[in-house]
Ligand binder design. Sequence first.
Ligand code: CUA
Length: 319
Amino acid sequence: MDTTATFWLPSSASTIANEVDGLFMFLVWMSTFFFVLIVAGTILFITKWRRKKGDVGRLDTGPAHNSWLEATWIVVPTLLVLVIFFWGFRTYMKMAVVPGNAMEVKVTGQKWFWSFTYPEGTATVNELVVPVDTPVKLLMSSQDVIHSFFVPSFRVKKDVLPNRYSVTWFEATQVGEYHLFCAEYCGTKHSEMIGTVRVLSDSDYKAWEEEAMFSGEGMSMAEYGERLYTSKACVTCHSVDGSPGNGPTWQGIWGHNQPMTDGSSVTVDENYVRESILNPKAKIVAGYQPVMPTYQGLLSDKEIDALVAYIKEVGGGGE
Ligand code: CUA
């Protein structure tokens, strides 16, 4: 099977993709066939049998009944609908029933990013990393509004709801990187709620797992914090060189008084940084929107300590 993207469809990189495409193409071509047939018939009839001058009374002279014709237009559509039903039902069941040996990843959607927690307890942000040829079950929930987890190349899309779990699964068949979108309008930055699914070979996945379990052995806290700055996606919104972003730059902030939206000001120290990571909406720096998600549950105490150390270093507080 061809798995590369075409003009019509994205690449197909999961076990279910070709089946979904097959059903979809069947529906498209069947609809096209009947559309052409009906439009052509309509044009034929209105030209061939249109009322001409002096045609009075001709409408009453044709045949009034044809049992074979009636049986045909009842039986053919009924058969087609049954084919679509059973085909669709079979594919739906395959997509709905998670294989028993699937690896389980917890997916959390919140305004406006995705986070993933793996069986070993590690977590990633906006990047789902999975091994190839392995069924992966996604146990999904939202911290706020309805989001929707959508990976076009896997033909997988499922709403992610607050206060209850939804479940979907896929088995990737191609090593590579695939787009992940939020497919449910969820606020101002809905269009930026995008991520990547990275599919790795078995050995690369094992190496990644070890790397993800790494907790800074042999590094200084600030060096470890610098790694986390990238791997936990702080870099998406906070620069360390003074350039503007969705959040304040970390350059030179250590020990400074930051003006807040409510008119007060706060000295940037360990406790303020820790609070901003775990409860970002507690204090909002003037000129910024309260858009930072909480990292509660996504960072260990040691990781928070390391980030504090790194902010201290780039913020001008280190030595
Ligand atoms: Cu989340 Cu749209």
